[in-house]
Write a protein that binds this ligand. Structure first.
Ligand SMILES: Cc1ncc(COP(=O)(O)O)c(C=O)c1O
Length: 371
């Protein structure tokens, strides 16, 4: 049996080493994981009881659209239920459904880079032609609007704007998004807000769905709500977009356990507010301390991670040295548009960040290796 011709050159996803593998390899007693932009304080404590309660029902299919979850999300976002679609493999599933619904083979998509890799991966899987735009390195990765608009054709189906952008941490200015959304009126503009809770309110485009019918706001429970392991994400858009996507979305992808977890996460305002407040506090502390170190450049961030440029070392060397000391950060050399001089550090608890800063300083002040 042969796969589709254009899938021939795809490579399977290679996951990072597990915590256990790393602990065995380097003979470590503890690991500090600052590589996946998760919530270092976990998830709401209240979720556990609700999951245990729901276990008695797991022999029965979940509701395809859970009305309580829709009600809570609608309140949280201040948008109507008919404008929301919830996915069961996180925001990744919503991205997949976007491709399934709107992108034919050989259609074009525009992806400014460096950015979240999944847009490119899915474009390849669905046989779309990718036009790359760019976030400008020399200007704190501000979006180069012309690099997007100059690629716009009548074949452009989707434009991916990530704000705050992963891995660079910057937001896209409102006037820049507006310009693109208005000029690309026949394309869907996906505004990926996976980290928007860590940004200033004025950059949140969620409610702009009532002004523009060609935008989809992508959001997730994996970050500030601490539910990366439950796989819940959602999209917010004009009702017509949502209805088309609902025809395509896997019907039962959101499990009973994920549904109750998401509902409880939305109800526990205290944990949510704590996560936002502490997350921003630690990010600003990390930024301030990184700025004091020589031979690196830390970029300002509106998300829960910081991109660091290494002046005298390569990213694989620094990542490996940190691993030996039990600290995992993200080597950014695999991001399109970045070279082997960048690492991304997620927020952690204050003591974890202090440990990371101490070890990074030791590595940077050691011999100039790995060049
Ligand atoms: C920018 C961005 N969008 C979407 C996602 C997907 O999130 P999930 O599938 O866990 O909801 C991520 C995950 O890291 C991300 O960084």
């Amino acid at each position: 049996m042969k796969p589709k011709e254009y899938l021939k050159n795809l490579k399977p996803y290679v996951p990072g080493k597990t915590k256990e593998e790393i602990m065995r390899k380097y003979n470590l007693k503890r690991i500090i994981k600052l590589s996946s932009n998760e919530n270092p304080w976990g998830a709401s404590e209240k979720i556990k009881d609700k999951i245990l309660e729901e276990i008695k029902n797991i022999h029965q299919y979940p509701e395809p659209i859970n009305p309580i979850l829709m009600e809570e999300l609608s309140k949280f976002l201040d948008v109507e239920k008919k404008n929301i679609i919830v996915g069961g493999d996180g925001a990744d599933e919503i991205l997949d459904v976007i491709f399934k619904t709107f992108v034919d083979k050989d259609d074009e998509v525009i992806i400014p880079i460096p950015t979240f890799t999944q847009y490119r991966v899915l474009a390849n899987i669905y046989g779309a032609k990718i036009k790359f735009g760019c976030y400008r390195y020399e200007n704190n990765f501000e979006l180069d609007v012309d690099s997007v608009l100059s690629n716009l054709t009548n074949k452009t189906k989707v434009i991916f704007l990530c704000s705050p952008n992963n891995p660079t941490g910057n937001i896209i200015k409102n006037r820049d998004i507006k310009k693109i959304v208005e000029e690309a009126e026949n394309s869907l503009v996906v505004i990926d807000h996976a980290y928007i809770e860590y940004s200033k309110k004025e950059y949140d485009w969620t409610k702009k769905i009532y002004e523009y019918d060609n935008i989809l706001i992508l959001r997730t429970f994996s970050k500030v709500f601490g539910l990366a392991g439950m796989r819940v994400g959602y999209g917010v858009a004009d009702e017509r977009i949502i209805n088309e996507m609902l025809k395509v979305k896997p019907v039962f992808s959101l499990t009973r356990l994920s549904q109750v977890a998401a509902i409880e996460a939305l109800r526990d305002k205290e944990f949510f507010n704590f996560s936002v407040r502490e997350g921003i506090k630690v990010r600003e502390y990390l930024y301030k301390e990184l700025k004091k170190l020589k031979n690196i450049n830390a970029y300002p961030s509106q998300a829960n991670y910081i991109l660091v440029e290494l002046k005298n070392h390569t990213s694989d060397y620094v990542c490996e040295e940190l691993l030996k000391r039990g600290i995992i950060v993200r080597d950014c050399s695999s991001f399109d548009g970045l070279n082997n001089r960048y690492i991304r550090v997620s927020i952690g608890k204050k003591e974890e960040i202090d440990e990371f800063l101490k070890e990074l300083k030791n590595i940077l002040e050691g011999d100039i290796n790995g060049m």
